[in-house]
Structures are given as C-alpha cells and as structure tokens.
Design a protein around this ligand. Structure first.
Ligand SMILES: C[S@@+](CC[C@H](N)C(=O)[O-])C[C@H]1O[C@@H](n2cnc3c(N)ncnc32)[C@H](O)[C@@H]1O
Length: 396
C-alpha cells in the first residue's frame, strides 16, 4: 500500500468513526445534534461565549486543543491532513506580462507554474477561463498550449491577449464534459487544471488516465459541484469506504469561516436567526419536525422585522399563519437556535481539512492505481487561496 493510500485509510477510519460530528445538517435539528448521546459535551459547547467562538474559528490549533478532550481523534485527524509545501523553480516574467490579470490570480498562477516540472511536451489547460495560467506556461516552457474553455467570450479575450503577447496558445470553445472535448487530451502532453470545479477536474483526471496521458496537474476546488446526487468515489479505497457523501457534506471543505466585519456579522445574525425562528414556528404550525428551506430574501425585508419576514416566508411556502402568533417569542427562540447552530458549525470545522484530504487522496490513489507516480502538496500559502492543494501525476 502506498503512503497516500495508507493516509487515506487512516483518514477514512477516523472520519467514519466520528461522522456524527460532521455529517449532519445543523439546521435540521432544533437543538444540538448530540443532546441525547452527549449531554455534557452539549452543555460545554453551549457555555462557549461569543468571543471564544470567534477565536476558535480563527485559530485551528486552539480549536483542536479545546476539542481534543471531547473528541480525542481530532488531533490525529489534523496530523493526517497536514501536507508539505511543494518546491520548484523561480521564473522571471517579461515586463507587464501580468497586465489585465488580477493580482491574486497572478500570484496563484505563478506559484502553480513554479512547482510544475519541465517535461518538454505541449500543454493542455482545462477550463482555462481567459487562459491566465496558459500564458505563464507558454512563456516559461516555450511549448504550445491548448486552452479549453466553455464561455465563448473568455476564449475570444484569451485568444486576443495571447496574440498580443505573441504566445503559441490556441483556444478551443468547448464543454469539458462533451465527448468531442476528449480529442484534445493527448498521450504526449501535460494537462493542467487550476480550480476547475468538482466534476470538471475529475473528468480531466479520468480522461488523462484513459488516454494514458504523460502528466496531469490539478488543483481541485468546489467538490460539491457534481452531476450525481452523491459523491462518486474513484479509488478502490474510497469505493470500499462506508462513507457516502452528499452535496451538503461536500461543501464542508469550502466552509472556512472568514472574518467578517461587524455590519456583515450583524446582517447574518438577523437573517439566520429569522430563518431559524420561522422554521421553529412552521414546525409548530405544520406539526412537523422537518426543516423548511426558504428562498433567498431581499435584504431590505430583513429591516422590516421578524413579523414581516414570517409573513413573507409563509406566503412563499403557501402557508396560512394563525392570527394569534407571539412573534417575539419565536424570534427569541430563533436567536437561541442561532447560537446553537454556530457552535455545531464550530465542531464541523474540525473535520473540514481532513475531509478535503480524503477527497483529494481519493483522486491521488485513483491515479496511483492507474499507474501514475503522484506528488501531493500545497503550491501556495492559504492566504493566496484556501484551495492550495496540487496533485501532480506522471505516467510510469
Ligand atoms: C473557477 S474558473 C477557473 C479558470 C482558470 N482555470 C483560472 O484559474 O483562472 C472555472 C472555469 O471553468 C469554465 N467552465 C465551467 N464549466 C465548463 C465546462 N463544462 N467546460 C469547459 N469549461 C467550463 C468556466 O467558464 C470558468 O472559466
């Protein structure tokens, strides 16, 4: 068993054993999801004040330390999810080569380019956008680039920029999922995909394997953007796993708490507590225990207060509310439930990166099983992009 397969197995075992702590929808429950099995844990969670909550959300190590006494496996899970930083060559780009490329994107593409080996074969850029990455690949490696992109306008813009820079880049407008796009995947080629969402990068990996492509480098993102209802495992280990991942589960790796300003925080508090309060009210009126999702709301409506929100939400759902509702009571319950939901999300945060590694290692192991030598690591700091993992595979 390879080192990656071994890590995958350990992650799989621990994620499966602890799935009660991350594989649930916080809104589905009226209170803590573990109230019956772990009442003391729930009391402790409820006692976490708002300031500590913010701190724990921002400091991963503090979060792990705080929860280890309750969920001992989180320390090992965090260790298993550690990855090393990939190293490579520093390149110097021609003056003004970054013109028209947003600053952060420029940092990402140059960091990505830096860690790729020089194989001396043509490039295929999958889901290229305007082909920012293709430009740096072309100028540093002096090899032709084919850039496949779905949006016609991005192809037109990308082609024009490449022409102006005198680069050998050819854009193809096409659907990555369509069989006609498979013709662009060639055996003597290095295929790359930077932040091609969910099934888009998986389709590239599968096609490269099928075509016995020489090399593929992928930085995955948006794991939940899949065409099936459930995650479709790739490797033998993942296929044998007891874990079944829904789209909701697959969103977890992307749910990093960002530090929002006070205004944004307050708006979120109002909206989420209104939604949770209305949900408790509708459960009572409809005599149900199921969460009722409500469509997006115009922010101005939130300013009109909880009662106006409930009347609007009821109308959206074709519900008639009784006349004698004590809206203050339900609003307060919604606010209490908001605090509970935030603390449940905090628990899920512990499993965010381990689940991401499980998903990424599934791709890695699939490539290994398909006769590829694989390297996995980060290509840039988290501040540049939280989706900083890069899988590089070369056919053996
Ligand atoms: C997140 S962007 C990444 C773009 C580029 N790789 C980058 O990092 O700047 C994903 C790109 O995939 C393209 N895309 C989405 N669905 C596609 C499909 N079915 N076939 C080809 N490209 C697609 C989008 O239009 C978009 O440009």
């Amino acid at each position: 068993m390879s080192c990656y397969a071994n890590t995958f197995q350990q992650l799989d075992t621990l994620l499966t054993a602890n799935r009660q702590y991350w594989q649930f929808v916080p809104f589905a429950d009226k209170g803590f999801a573990w109230e019956e099995q772990h009442p003391e844990f729930c009391d402790w969670l409820a006692s976490i004040d708002d300031q500590t909550l913010v701190h724990l959300n921002q400091d991963q190590q503090a979060l792990i330390d705080a929860f280890t006494p309750w969920i001992p496996d989180v320390a090992l899970l965090a260790k298993l999810a550690e990855t090393s930083r990939l190293t490579g060559s520093e390149y110097v780009y021609p003056r003004n080569f970054d013109a028209g490329i947003p600053g952060r994107k420029w940092q990402q593409i140059t960091a990505f380019n830096q860690v790729l080996p020089r194989l001396g074969v043509p490039w295929l850029e999958w889901c290229a956008g305007k082909g920012f990455l293709g430009r740096v690949l072309s100028v540093t490696h002096q090899q032709p680039v084919t850039s496949l992109e779905w949006q016609q306008q991005l192809c037109v813009d990308g082609e024009a920029a490449a022409k102006q820079l005198g680069l050998d880049i050819h854009f193809v407008q096409g659907d990555a999922f369509d069989v006609s796009s498979q013709q662009y995947i060639q055996p003597k080629q290095h295929a790359v995909a930077l932040h091609a969402c969910g099934d888009l990068h998986v389709s590239l990996i599968k096609q490269v394997v099928a075509k016995k492509g020489q090399a593929v480098s992928v930085s995955p993102c948006c794991y939940h953007l899949i065409r099936d209802k459930q995650y479709q495992p790739l490797s033998s280990g993942a296929k044998a796993s007891k874990l079944q991942l829904s789209k909701h589960d697959l969103r977890l790796p992307l749910q990093e708490t960002v530090t929002a300003g006070n205004r944004v925080k307050q708006l979120r508090f109002v909206e989420v507590s209104f939604r949770l309060g209305f949900d408790l009210l509708q459960r009572e009126v409809n005599q149900t225990n199921d969460y009722l999702p409500i469509p997006n709301v115009q922010k101005a409506l939130l300013g009109e207060g909880f009662e106006a929100f409930c009347l609007w939400a009821a109308e959206q759902k074709g519900m008639t509310l009784p006349d004698d509702i004590n809206f203050d009571y339900w609003q307060q319950l919604g606010e209490k439930r908001f605090a509970i939901t935030e603390r449940m999300e905090l628990v899920r945060q512990l499993f965010r990166r381990p689940l991401e590694l499980w998903l990424v290692l599934d791709r890695v192991c699939f490539l290994e099983e398909s006769n590829y030598k694989v390297t996995l690591g980060t290509f840039c700091e988290k501040q540049m992009t939280p989706r900083n993992l890069l899988i590089h595979a070369e056919r053996m």
